[in-house]
Every structure is written in C-alpha cells, then in structure tokens.
Design a protein around this ligand. Structure first.
Ligand code: NDP
Length: 305
C-alpha cells in the first residue's frame, strides 16, 4: 500500500482564510488583533520561523510586532519585556520563540506571560486547563494536527493512538487532544521498551522525536495513519539517497541548497505502509503557523471582542 498525503498546506490555507475573515469582522468594529513575537539570539531556524509567522500574521490582517534581541539579553530584561507586553492593550497574544539561550530559564519566561495572552498555550494555567478539557489556547503544533485530522476525515473515536515524544509543546498536548477526541492513547519516549512493537499496534502514530527518519517501516502497522511532526535538516548525499531513493526532485533540491528536510519517519520505508501520512515539508509545519493566527484571533475575541 502507498499512503496518500494529509495535505497540511491546503488545510492551513483554509484556516488562514477563516482567520482573515474573523480579523476583518473585528476590524469593522475598530479592533485589530495584535501579536508580539519575542526572538532572542540568532538561532537560524528560529529566525526563519519567526519571519514566516510575521508574514502570515500580517497577511491575515493581524498587527504583528517582532522584538529581536541579542543572545546575551539577561533573563530579567526578557521578563521586563514580557511585562510591558502583558500591560499593552494592543497586544492580544505573546509568543516567545523557543529555544531560548541556555542562560535563560525558559519556564520562568513562559510563566510570566499573562495566560490570557498566551499564544502557544504553554503557561501552566493553560496547560492545566487543557488537561481538564476546559477552553484554553492549545500549543499550535498539536492543535494544528488535530484540525488536520478532523478536516481530512480521519476517525479518532476508539482509535488506538501512539504518540512518540513527551515534550510540553508537542507530545503531551497531542496526547491530551487525542484523548479528548476518544482515542485510546499511549505516550512513548526514549525509555519505552520495544518501541517498534508498541508503535505497530497503533492505528494512528504521531512521531515527535527530533531524529531524522527514526520511525522506519517496521514501526508502522499496514494501513495506519502516520503524523510526522519532525523537521530535521539532512546534509549528506548518502542520507538523501537513503531517505528518498529515486526521487529526482529531492535530489535536485539537495544539489541546489546543500540540504533537504526529512521528518522523524523514514519516507522510504514508513510512509508506504501507511494509508495516509503527513509529508515533510507540507504536512504539519504549515498548520503550526495557521494555528498561531487562530490562537491570536481567539485571544483577541476573548479579551476585547
Ligand atoms: P523534544 O526534543 O522536546 O522532545 C523529543 C521527544 O522525543 C522526547 O520526549 C524524547 O524522549 C523523545 N525521544 C528522543 N529520542 C527518542 C528515542 N530514541 N526513542 C523514543 N523517543 C525518543 O522535541 P519537540 O517535541 O520540541 O519536537 C519534536 C520534533 O518535532 C522535532 O523534530 C522538532 O523539530 C519538530 N517540531 C516540528 C514542528 C512543526 O511545526 N512541524 C513544531 C515543533 C516541533 P525523552 O522525553 O525520554 O527524552
């Protein structure tokens, strides 16, 4: 069986158009949703993500402000910035781009964000609300995956789901969202025994690990749904040939850019065993940005609408 793709790009476009409509409705009443993004340091991937988020926000009519700081900015200076944004009525949503430099206590920064302005739902109050099934901003990546599965008609009730990865930003909230949608959920991680065997029991397998092509065909039950969250850059020709055998377009991208992206699943052996899968790029990534815009709109509506 060769799986068909779950088209994150198309679904993200639809969500972004809906957000733009919602923003226009607010604008007609003189309210412009505001998003502030804090970027500390020169992390190359973060700079790219922040630029994409800013462009998408502006396209939807959201007033976006990116605050860029040098890597050496102290924790107290970041806290002071968050405090200013918390008290700025034009700012509805605050996003701190992760990872922060090592000298900064990420948890302290995230906890300083006003929970009513928490764009990525990482404040403990919002994480707790999600745990209890109460309305809250939900971390953008898992929220986007749920939206994709629903809009693409993937049934969740009674489904056996395995989420590999237990981060606060992807794995844990993903598992909670699937549970709320009546899936039977197992969370796996680096200490899980017989990971391939466990994954093979899954009707729905979510891989959020951060290791290129880690989930190979022997992890995947034939005909299951595969959500590949990973974004990994591969730089070697041998890896490109291994992950994308016979894929001339991929090789051309690699030749041109010197690298290409691969998810946490092996495209050569894992995707073909699935009934449907999210490609990398073009699967989960575009949804993360779309949900940031949706979270911003909803936070604005809740506070000022
Ligand atoms: P983290 O590094 O925070 O978490 C990785 C998780 O994977 C951990 O729970 C870890 O287990 C688990 N893990 C690591 N190695 C293994 C292993 N050998 N076997 C089983 N489990 C393992 O990563 P994130 O959750 O932040 O991100 C995961 C991936 O998703 C990354 O590739 C990231 O780039 C991508 N990502 C993509 C986004 C998108 O928009 N598409 C957005 C956010 C992330 P343990 O807890 O035991 O260490």
């Amino acid at each position: 069986m060769t799986g068909s793709i779950l088209d994150g790009t198309r679904v993200a476009r639809a969500i972004r158009a809906e957000v733009a409509d919602g923003v226009a409705e607010l604008a007609a009443r003189g309210i412009v949703p505001g998003l502030a993004v804090i970027l500390v340091g020169e992390h190359p991937a973060s700079s790219v993500y922040v630029a994409s988020k800013g462009a998408a926000a502006r396209e939807a009519g959201i007033a976006e402000r990116t605050l860029r700081f040098p890597a050496g900015l102290s924790e107290s200076e970041i806290l002071a910035t968050v405090d200013l944004l918390n008290h700025d009525d034009a700012v509805d949503a605050i996003l701190v781009q992760l990872p922060l430099p090592k000298h900064v206590g990420t948890a302290r920064i995230l906890e300083a964000i006003d929970p009513r302005k928490d764009a990525d739902g990482l404040h403990p109050v919002n994480a707790g609300r999600l745990l209890q099934g109460k309305p809250a901003p939900v971390p953008c990546t898992p929220a986007g995956i749920l939206e994709l599965l629903k809009r693409e008609g993937v049934a969740l009730r009674g489904t056996r789901a395995v989420v590999v990865g237990r981060s606060d930003i992807v794995g844990k909230p993903m598992a909670l969202l699937l549970l709320q949608n009546d899936a039977t959920v197992t969370i796996a991680h680096s200490k899980t025994r017989d990971l391939p065997g466990l994954c093979r029991e899954a009707d729905l397998l979510v891989a959020a690990i951060g290791r290129p092509g880690f989930v190979t065909g022997d992890f995947v039950k034939e005909g299951s749904v595969l959500v590949d969250v990973g974004i990994n850059r591969v730089m070697s020709r041998a890896d490109v040939e291994r992950f994308f055998p016979g894929d001339a377009a991929r090789m051309a991208t690699f030749e041109k850019k010197g690298s290409t992206l691969v998810g946490d699943c092996d495209p050569a052996t894992a995707y073909p065993r699935s009934s449907r899968y999210t490609p990398v790029p073009g699967g989960v990534g575009p949804l993360t940005i779309a949900m940031l815009l949706q979270n911003t709109l909803r936070l604005c509506e809740a506070r000022r609408g």
